[in-house]
Write a protein that binds this ligand. Sequence first.
Ligand SMILES: [Zn+2]
Length: 469
Amino acid sequence: MWKEKVKEYETDIINDLKGLLSIESVRDDNEISSDNPVGPGPRKALDYMYEIAERDGFDTHDVEHIAGRIEAGEGEDVMGILCHVDVVPAGDGWDTNPFDPVVTEDKIIARGTLDDKGPTIAAYYAVKILNDMKVNWKKRIHIIIGTDEESDWKCTERYFKTEEMPTLGFAPDAEFPAIHGEKGISTFDVVQNEKAEDKDEPEYELISFTSGQRYNMVPDEAIGKLAVKENMTDVIQKFEQFLSEHNLNGESIVDSGVLVLKAYGKAVHGMDPSIGVNAGLYLLHFLAQLGLDKTAENFTQFSEQYLFNSHFGEKMGMKFHTDVMGDVTTNIGIISYDNQNGGQFGINLRYPQGFEFEEAMTRFKGEIQELGFSIALGKNQTPHYVDKNDPFVQTLVKTYRNQTGDQTEPYTIGGGTYARNLDKGVAFGAMFNDSEDLMHQKNEYITKKQLFNATSIYLEALYALCVEE
Ligand SMILES: [Zn+2]
């Protein structure tokens, strides 16, 4: 029945989606003003959503042009549907113009079809269809639209500063059946404070060391520069042996008396560092056995003692596991050192609900202080969790199962979705298990089947949750 209902709207859905896809809503920091808080493109896409909503008879509420909402329904409680209309830049290599949507027999191709304009229009139409049916609402609905999801979430930050937090809600910005938990995500730097004096002139001095650029990626390259007094070939030989023992690629170059060592690893997302190869930690592992100057020695020893070959916080004394959300993970994403200032490690630590983050950090801080290291805390986002047995989540999943027959259980992840902006929110679609995931990639597309089936699932879910029988 729901699928039949959506059929009547197929042409309208595609037309409205095409309009939204035609707007190049990429954040542009060169064109920021109070009228265009993250650039003119995202603002235009936000206004576009207001326009179609007003055309269809809904009220809208703008929040300083960076976010806003479309309002429907009535009642005490608010069901939030959290969407975003900004997109990542197109990038190269497209077969078609990424901002001139192409509609083929079975799909729509353009930047944002999957992330998140397609799902946004699907959710919008679910609300619109119920509204056209003149159903008896028992909840208010806020379709909340952000314009900075792909960058800093300034949109939701601003929105929830003044606007009502929905009683419950979902973000159609990930996958079915539902993501009901997300680990806490923290980033911090471990900073070496003290330079150590060498009694004798060291045989090897570490001049500089760099590896990685992002906290949430495992670095796949590391470069160490060494001043070597003698036995240069000896070090090079040891390094070659080290590389082959550990199955690594690397190289050594002598550049005006300085020995440059490079090691290569395998970059993966920082939420699961155990499946990558951290080039930085491996190169430090080699340097730790060399006998460097004292400051560098302290730095490499720190890595050996707390970081190397320890993906689950075990060496930091932070090993923790829950059956629902899995393990603490620690990714050492950025490593730098120079012989003037000492070094630092940029760490991305993710943790399940129940892990005592503050306590663990305080203890760790105290322990490493004695070794001449301190911690500079960047960001800490606490875990986000809704019980999967909560009737709300169960209703969403039941709807998905009704329409697909797929019995996959809702799950938790180490990453963060837009849903964590809601007090009680889950990510719900709009990727199906057979959808090709081209989010943030070239030739992004959504199949018509995916678009209409998602609409139909949202429709049934909203009917079950927000309409008086
Ligand atoms: Zn998204």
